[in-house]
Design a protein around this ligand. Structure first.
Ligand code: GRF
Length: 198
């Protein structure tokens, strides 16, 4: 069976990355993680890649805070292409992507965000939902474009907000939902890849 070659980008603890790699290892996701890349040298997501024996790399991001320097973004594009990646999976990657990546991987870059987009893009979306008095929040997987947490929504999962919720408890339940939703969405890409190509 044809495995979908994916590349995972992240800046943080990598719980989504772990969930994806676990599904692959247990034979429940017809994907092959070709590379895990982080803009932070000591990000736990790189340790997870090593734990699963997945090729991994630190990408020096350059001088900007929220995006990659053009040379770095070109370098990233080349790394992913050379690894034969067909689907780029953002899992807590804290930088906005621009032309080099978006042109190289049109409708081939997806992201997961901890809210029901278009509500609450940006940082600490679960806190935003709580502060707004919402009764339901959740997570969204969407195609990536040049705006933050924007782009066509592919799938969402709702999480009820409980009266006793703290930001931490809500965030924890949303992350549980994320770790189910993201592999499920990637599985759909895998099916498409096997049937006819992405
Ligand atoms: C997730 O909550 C995701 O929604 C957001 O960043 C977080 C990454 O968490 N984009 P992790 O590194 O996968 O644990």
């Amino acid at each position: 069976m044809k495995q979908l070659p994916i590349g995972i980008l992240g800046s943080g603890k990598g719980s989504n990355c772990r969930a994806i790699l676990e599904r692959i290892r247990s034979g429940n996701l017809a994907a092959e993680a070709r590379v895990v890349i982080s803009d932070l040298l000591d990000a736990p997501i790189l340790d997870i890649a090593r734990e699963f024996s997945v090729s991994n790399a630190y990408l020096p991001p350059g001088q900007f805070r929220t995006r990659l320097e053009p040379d770095a973004e070109n370098g990233l594009t080349n790394m992913l292409r050379e690894a034969g990646v067909e689907l780029v999976v953002l899992a807590g990657f804290m930088r906005v992507l621009h032309a080099p990546m978006l042109k190289a991987f049109p409708r081939r870059i997806i992201n997961i965000h901890p809210s029901l987009l278009p509500k609450f893009p940006g940082l600490e979306a679960w806190k935003q939902a709580l502060a707004a008095g919402e009764e339901v929040s959740g997570c969204s997987v969407h195609y990536v474009d040049q705006k933050i947490d924007h782009g066509e929504i592919i799938a969402q999962r709702e999480v009820a907000i409980l009266p006793e919720d703290t930001p931490e408890s809500l965030h924890a339940r949303i992350q549980i939902a994320e770790r189910e939703l993201y592999p499920a969405v990637i599985a759909e890409f895998c099916e498409r890849y096997q049937a006819a190509g992405l």
